[in-house]
Design a binder for this molecule. Structure first.
Ligand code: NAD
Length: 503
């Protein structure tokens, strides 16, 4: 039996409970169908087979989940941080124990290749550990004193919160939001993406088996326009942490306005990788190709615009095209696969439409630009050259293994092109001129920048975007600022005179 066949057999065994019992909602510690009894199919992008029936939650299910989160809030929020920490560390350990099951399930549900997904569960566990360790001090604030007053600030959990996640790396992204919310003392209602619901259900089961009290984390599956919308409008939900498209973020902001919802948005990107002619080109080729062709290019931080100094443009893009052509596209559970199938036929059609647009706009397709295989949502790793910044392929987030290469003459033009998009999530700069790197990073419109490096995440650092790429930051202590309210209490230090009115 080949390694792929062996992995497929294991994946089918892991997913058997979903195939038989469906992907249920999880409310107040119980696995439940949608109140309406409705379901929808979740389809594997590998071969378009139905993996499972998913509970199609809607308003009533969200209301039940919010009621559970609200009921669980007083006890969880008052649980000492050290005790919350212990439980969340156990969750991290339980995730690690089931890392293979999570990875295999995610590969079949999303099409992401195992070589990347095998680390996603471990990253999810790391998120739990990192935020768990901060739970005991999450409430702490500062003391400031005047001659008459002593002011003490502290933080308290904001209340039940809603977490809405996308389909690209669902398990990792869910933990990225849910772990700090729980560590802060909030309770959670999670609405996973409709295209990839399976590992959210695994997460809540793992968390409860590790000791998380029932009702602290609830999961309602369903579509954005009903389940998602109700969550953002519910008066008992105090904040919405959302990861997804910029357009959806804008809708959520409008939906939450009536209840003055606090929002945290991690949205789209059209991130530049900028390569100057003095850079270490071998490393730059590796990093640029890794950042667009890993995770199927379905990655908010992917470097989807390659800006190359014109003196090295032809040589550099030829090298990138060569890598793109050699990348193995295949079954996500094949250990050799780099690019698996895109998440869903609808998304595949969107990506294919950009292949057509590129041709119409007059760009050159230096690699890929075609669908591959029959059955399944497979596309070839693609490079567009001879592009300019006005083209749709340079402005719009394609969210696939598709790179648009644009030449620039000098630093000023590189900066102008890099900033001339609606997004501002990440930027990658390749140069051996330190002063230039400083000038560029001072002026690039991006929330996160890497010099001479691909994206290497360090959890204590802030994660988030500017412009249409987001509002708010995660990581470090920033997540706690979102999930907690800062309050100030003032005590008198001395008997001071109080103004007397009316006499
Ligand atoms: P999406 O916006 O279509 O959906 C995300 C989630 O929002 C889903 O759960 C969906 O059901 C829900 N939703 C849709 N409409 C809603 C509404 N009206 N009210 C409430 N919820 C609603 O995004 P997607 O296609 O699933 O994911 C891809 C996008 O996510 C890309 O734009 C990508 O850049 C972005 N993303 C950003 C980051 C980041 O950190 N900045 C990380 C990963 C993905």
């Amino acid at each position: 039996m080949s390694k792929l066949d062996e992995n497929i057999t294991r994946a089918m065994a892991y997913m058997s409970s979903f195939r038989e019992g469906g992907v249920m909602n999880h409310i107040d510690g119980r696995s439940v169908p949608a109140i309406s009894g409705e379901t929808y199919d979740t389809v594997s992008p590998v071969d378009l087979s139905v993996l499972a029936q998913v509970a199609r939650g809607a308003e009533a299910d969200i209301d039940a989940a919010v009621a559970a989160a609200k009921a669980a809030f007083p006890a969880w929020s008052k649980t000492p941080g050290a005790d919350r920490r212990k439980i969340l560390i156990k969750v991290a350990e339980a995730i690690e124990e089931r890392a293979e099951e999570i990875a295999f399930t995610e590969c079949m549900d999303t099409g992401q290749a195992l070589r990347f997904m095998s680390k996603a569960a471990i990253r999810g566990a790391a998120n739990f550990r990192f935020f768990a360790d901060q739970a005991p001090t999450a409430e702490d604030g500062a003391v400031t004193r005047t001659p008459t007053q002593m002011n003490t600030t502290s933080r308290r959990p904001i209340g039940p919160v809603g977490v809405i996640t996308p389909w690209n790396t669902p398990f990792m992204l869910a933990t990225w939001k849910i772990a700090p919310a729980l560590a802060a003392g909030c309770t959670v209602v999670h609405k996973p993406a409709e295209f990839s619901p399976m590992t959210a259900k695994l997460l809540v089961e793992i968390a409860e088996s590790a000791g998380l009290p029932k009702g602290a984390l609830n999961v309602v599956n369903g579509f954005g326009e009903d389940a998602g919308k109700r969550l953002t409008e519910h008066p008992d939900i105090k904040a919405i942490a959302f990861v997804g498209e910029s357009r959806t973020g804008s809708m959520i902001m409008a939906q939450g306005a009536k209840t003055l919802k606090r929002v945290h948005f991690e949205l789209g990107g059209k991130n530049p990788v900028i390569v100057f002619n003095d850079a270490d080109l071998d490393r730059a080729v590796d990093a640029a190709t890794f950042m667009i062709y890993s995770l199927n290019g379905e990655r908010c931080t992917s470097s989807s615009r390659l800006l190359v100094q014109e003196t090295i443009y032809d040589e550099f893009t030829a090298r990138v095209a060569d890598v793109a052509k050699r990348i193995k596209v295949g079954h996500p559970l094949d250990p050799e696969t780099v690019v698996g199938p895109l998440i869903h036929p609808e998304h595949e059609e969107k990506v294919l439409s950009y292949f057509r647009k590129a041709r119409e706009e007059g760009a050159t397709i230096a690699a890929g630009g075609v669908k591959v295989g029959d059955g399944g949502c497979y596309v070839a790793p693609t490079l567009f050259t001879q592009a300019n910044n006005r083209m749709a392929i340079a402005q719009e987030e394609i969210f696939g293994p598709v790179l648009t290469a644009i030449p620039f003459a000098d630093e000023d033009e590189a900066l102008r092109l890099a900033n001339d998009v609606q997004y501002g999530l990440t930027a990658y700069i390749w140069t051996n001129d330190l002063n230039r790197a400083m000038r560029m990073t001072d002026n690039l419109e991006a929330g996160m920048m890497w010099v001479n490096s691909e994206n290497i995440r360090h959890l204590p650092t802030p994660f988030g975007g500017v412009k249409a790429s987001g509002i708010g930051r995660d990581g470090g202590d920033w997540s706690f600022d979102f999930y907690m309210e800062t309050v100030n209490v003032s005590f008198p230090r001395a008997i001071h005179s109080i103004p007397k009115l009316g006499g």
